[in-house]
Design a protein around this ligand. Structure first.
Ligand SMILES: [Zn+2]
Length: 93
């Protein structure tokens, strides 16, 4: 893994504001249409097609192919919070 404190010879470093456009493109659309890639089995499918296990104020998002937990959404918290497990990648559509 790359040491974030070590600068690569040809890399330029700026702050996170440079990501604004890409993050808006990623998260600015219909969130359940985003493609979730499972890091356990490699399955790629819209979040809308995941299995969601409701456990009180927590929604456990599972891969439909292998049932591994992709992420957990704390739906009862304000603001809501999400932690990531086997979710390897999110793709905008
Ligand atoms: Zn999977």
């Amino acid at each position: 893994m790359m040491d974030p404190h070590r600068r690569a010879a040809h890399a330029d470093y700026v702050d996170g504001n440079v990501l604004a456009g890409a993050l808006e493109r990623l998260f600015g659309g219909e969130p359940t249409e985003m493609i979730a890639v499972c890091g356990a089995c490699g399955s790629a499918a819209p979040i809308a097609e995941a299995w969601v296990e409701i456990d009180g104020a927590v929604a456990i998002v599972r891969c439909r192919s292998c049932t591994k937990t992709l992420a957990t959404v704390m739906t009862g918290e304000d603001p809501p919070r999400m932690t990531f497990s086997a979710l390897a990648e999110l793709r905008a559509t």
